[in-house]
Design a protein. Structure first.
Lengths: 211, 211
């Protein structure tokens, strides 16, 4: 199955600006992309799923997968990759900032045989999906999970929802770095660890601090 | 299996104070407890798991399950309910603010046969667990998921981790209400809906607003 991994190297992770400068954000975003591609590749190898991942990037990027450059909006660029007619093959979309994605978590995205499979992100987003129905299209603006559920319903397609903490965790804000430090062990974790980030407990809440 | 549902009716959900007054927080916390008990009871009925849920409360509460009152700290009160010796039966702990918990999500907590099963909460917490090893004990202060992983390792017990977005979502802060409005349909959702809460999209982020 074709697996689209959208990536925007030109505007990396602006909400992490309170803790990382622009060059660091670009580096860190790149480690997360590498981890996602690595998890997909391991899953494909271990379970022979015939996954065909490629990066859908707003600008050229040198990485361990084919790259298609499309500088349109995320929704327009992704929709151009989804099936248009019943003859088109299905496609999956997996966000590039899922630093907690493991082969096991991603396997659950590909397991259901439903027309549309959605993995919700925290805060109303859609972090990963599979589209087998040509009438399904993405709209990433706003509460996309709700919209994608509605678009699926309107298409008369059947829906499966993947209940995964790992796939629900996209890394956008400083608080999300807690999850990477606690639950990940790939290059994004290594990068944060090397940059001096560690867990700190303040007033009963877990945060990150940088040394 | 005995299932401990800790509940603190006297200090309900202080971090929701920006959007709910104290009486409202008490009511809302109570709807979440009801939803968790209902999900456990449905799971038990549908799958004959012989679950035996009870509320471990800091003060008397009238609800649809037996209540044990223990006003010690959360960790002390829970540890008094966990197995102490190899002769003691296993026990589970499920937090009372898991408004997104469904029978299917909870079934995944009881499925592994491991000595210790942990369901991480977002932000380093432990939202649900099963303890079959008498050397396991809880410590909810700080990054409890990390501590529980370490306590399991020190006990020489084997560990299973449940990857569930629903079980990872405890409702503590206004941003968490987004998840209830999007993904729940029980009495907590009904209460929020009746109180005038709805989703709002502001600067690309999904929040709640109250009418």
């Amino acid at each position: 199955m074709r697996v689209v991994v959208p990536f925007a190297p030109d505007r990396p992770k602006t909400r992490l600006a309170p803790v990382l400068d622009e060059a660091e954000r670009a580096e860190f975003a790149r480690t997360m992309l590498d981890d996602v591609l690595d998890a997909l590749s391991t899953l494909d190898r271990e379970r022979s799923l015939s996954l065909d991942p490629f990066v859908l990037s707003t600008a050229p990027v040198d990485c361990d997968a084919p790259v298609t450059v499309d500088d349109r909006s995320l929704s327009d660029a992704v929709n151009a990759q989804l099936p248009d007619s019943a003859d088109d093959p299905p496609a999956a979309v997996v966000m590039a900032d899922l630093a907690l994605a493991t082969p096991d978590a991603l396997a659950r995205l590909f397991a259901p045989d439903a027309d549309v499979v959605l993995a919700p992100g925290r805060g109303g987003g859609t972090n990963a999906l599979v589209a087998r129905d040509p009438d399904f299209a993405v709209d990433y603006h706003g509460a996309s999970f709700r919209d994608h559920r509605e678009i699926t319903r309107e298409a008369g397609a059947d829906l499966a929802v993947v209940d995964s903490f790992r796939l629900s965790t996209d890394v956008d804000e400083p608080a999300d770095l807690v999850e990477v430090l606690l639950h990940a062990d790939g290059s994004a974790f290594e990068w944060l660890d090397g940059a001096g980030f560690e867990l700190a407990v303040a007033e009963g809440r877990v945060e990150v601090e940088r040394n």
